[in-house]
Design a protein around this ligand. Structure first.
Ligand SMILES: [Zn+2]
Length: 280
């Protein structure tokens, strides 16, 4: 018993090295254009989220292919189609991606606006009463601006761990290391999930930094239990590139320059993350 405990303690001491030694090299980047096909995503006054995410992802993919040597780009979609989330995860995991980047466009909730437009007289028994008439309108235009990056929230961690377990062979790269019959496996998997979260925060921070340097307002890096990030056995970030229901940002995100700048910010963020990871 004591020997067993000691060996567990020793093994735990080794785990960070195992995690650090593996997958530090970034050679495969999975790009996920949010929504698509029947799922339009958020709607602006003249454009749809699914169109913008695809346009930005294609530019980003081209930048990586043209300028990041030795890095392969894997797309979850390249056309106006809608792969379900498990399908996106399968593409990411089977390609053995080192990083998962999901591109989305933000939208704020509609605001209900009630305006008094007049009165009507109604009969209640013998009494006549005046009742106000309201006109209800919904305003979907916002003044919210800027970009934000999401990393996986902790309450989705068990799903991440099961993805790592399922694709253990690709994550660990050492055959048999993540054996589900071995009690140590769950500890190792938890270590991977923790390491991936740390890396995801680093990547998100690098991307947001680039947006800031471009002069965009950065809403920072946040944690959220996002299904899209939970199913991939690799570090991942979801980038919200701006508000489609902010008229100025919608125009910007539809422009040549806007799409170029957004793709460039994500590209430079990945590049900085890659340099830091590979120099460890
Ligand atoms: Zn979205």
């Amino acid at each position: 018993m004591r020997i067993r405990l000691l060996s567990i303690i020793l093994l735990i001491g080794l785990i960070p090295n195992i995690v650090a030694a593996n997958a530090n090299k970034i050679t495969k980047i999975v790009l996920d254009a949010g929504h698509g096909g029947k799922d339009a995503g958020a709607k602006g006054q003249f454009s749809l989220e699914k169109e913008l995410t695809l346009a930005i992802v294609k530019r980003l993919g081209k930048m990586i292919n043209d300028s990041m040597r030795g890095v392969q780009v894997i797309y979850t979609r390249t056309t106006d189609e809608y792969p379900l989330l498990p399908e996106r995860h399968r593409i990411a995991n089977e390609s053995k991606g080192d990083v998962f980047i999901s591109v989305h466009i933000n939208s704020s909730a509609m605001k209900k606006h009630r305006e008094l437009v007049g009165y009507k007289t109604v009969k209640k028994g013998k009494k006549k009463m005046k009742q106000p008439i309201y006109k209800v309108t919904y305003n979907n235009v916002t003044t919210a601006t800027g970009t934000e990056s999401y990393v996986l929230g902790l309450h989705r961690n068990s799903q991440k761990e099961s993805a790592i377990g399922e694709y253990g062979e690709t994550v660990a790269e050492e055959p048999g290391m993540l054996n589900e019959n071995d009690p140590m496996t769950s500890i190792i998997i938890a270590q991977y999930a923790q390491a991936f979260l740390t890396r995801s925060v680093l990547l998100g921070t690098k991307i947001q930094q680039q947006f800031e340097w471009q002069g965009r307002s950065s809403r920072g890096v946040m944690q959220k239990g996002l299904e899209v990030l939970a199913g991939s056995a690799m570090p991942g970030v979801l980038v919200e590139c701006g508000y489609i229901n902010n008229p100025e940002e919608e125009v910007y995100m539809n422009s040549e320059q806007g799409q170029y700048e957004i793709a460039l910010a994500i590209y430079k963020g990945i590049k900085a993350y890659k340099a830091e990871m590979e120099n460890k």
